[in-house]
Design a protein around this ligand. Structure first.
Ligand SMILES: [Zn+2]
Ligand SMILES: [Zn+2]
Length: 288
């Protein structure tokens, strides 16, 4: 499994000279079936923030053939959809799956498409999802297990804010990626260290994962004032990885105002952590 971080920022893009090394695009992680260094086109995309635009460059000039899996429908996770040149072309084939928000699952593809059209249609945006070029199909996912592009995906509901959010555990039968972004564990209580509950859904998703990609919008000292916005601290991400037996953790969904130098300081903070920690940066590829 080969993972490329195409957008690592949370909430809103962060342009400017202070955000060059870690990148300013919002959430998008591309997953390919390969453990080698040779480039292989990704077939599974986790979230569709502005980082989705960077996936086009991973496709070798070809169209995207695969699945886009959204954790939830906040702007920073779907804003890239209309600007995905690799997917918005006549020869593209895209399955877009989003978390069922109540009724969509029973209404099939039309329900999922209608839900997405609430954020992507006039007068808020010039076109609707149906007007993307290529063969697009839409679907809603509920907690449970399903297959996508040769991967087995386990979906669990994760506390966040404003709508249903899912976390995903992606396996190719040999390696496991856990993707738990936009996670507010304090919504379920303070937990052992005051950073939020180490609850069953998060522990199950991250259990023995080769890589846990986790919300790190905050650092511990910001939790008291800012956890109500729906996010987790970097220290919680590391604590979860340690408790779940994950082999490595990638801090992800960085606060938009967190500069490169400040993210370097976050990395330094975890230099001796019990689980290896990387601070996700746009363009970084990890082979599992
Ligand atoms: Zn977000
Ligand atoms: Zn969110």
């Amino acid at each position: 499994m080969r993972i490329t971080f195409c957008g690592v920022r949370g909430s809103t893009p962060a342009p400017g000279a202070d955000y060059v090394r870690y990148g300013g695009n919002t959430s998008c992680v591309a997953v390919a079936h390969s453990s080698s260094d040779s480039p292989v086109a990704p077939v599974l995309l986790l979230d569709a923030g502005t980082g989705l635009g960077g996936v086009t460059g991973l496709l070798g000039g070809g169209p995207f053939h695969g699945t886009i899996l959204l954790t939830h429908l906040h702007w920073d996770h779907c804003l890239g959809l209309p600007f995905f040149r690799g997917g918005d072309r006549d020869d593209a084939r895209v399955t877009l799956l989003l978390p069922d928000q109540g009724e969509e699952a029973s209404e099939g593809s039309a329900g999922a498409e209608r839900l997405l059209a609430r954020v992507m249609s006039p007068p808020f945006f010039p076109i609707t999802p149906r007007q993307l070029r290529g063969d697009w199909t839409f679907g809603a996912v509920a907690p449970g297990q399903f297959k996508a592009e040769g991967f087995t995906v386990e979906a669990r509901e994760i506390p966040h804010k404003g709508g249903r959010t899912l976390g995903y555990r992606v396996s190719d039968g040999r390696r496991v990626l856990a993707y738990v972004t936009d996670h507010c564990p304090t919504a379920l209580g303070p937990g052992a260290d005051g950073l939020g509950a180490y609850h069953e859904a998060a522990l199950d998703l991250a259990a023995d994962a080769d890589l846990l990609v986790h919300d790190a919008q905050l650092v511990a000292e910001e939790v008291a004032a800012e956890a109500s916005f729906g996010h987790a601290a970097a220290e919680y991400a590391v604590g979860l990885a340690q408790r779940a037996g994950a082999r490595r953790v990638a801090l992800f969904h960085h606060k938009p105002s967190r500069t490169d130098d400040q993210l370097d300081a976050v990395a330094y903070r975890f230099a001796d952590a019990p689980v290896p920690v990387l601070v996700a940066a746009e363009g970084l590829t990890v082979a599992l």
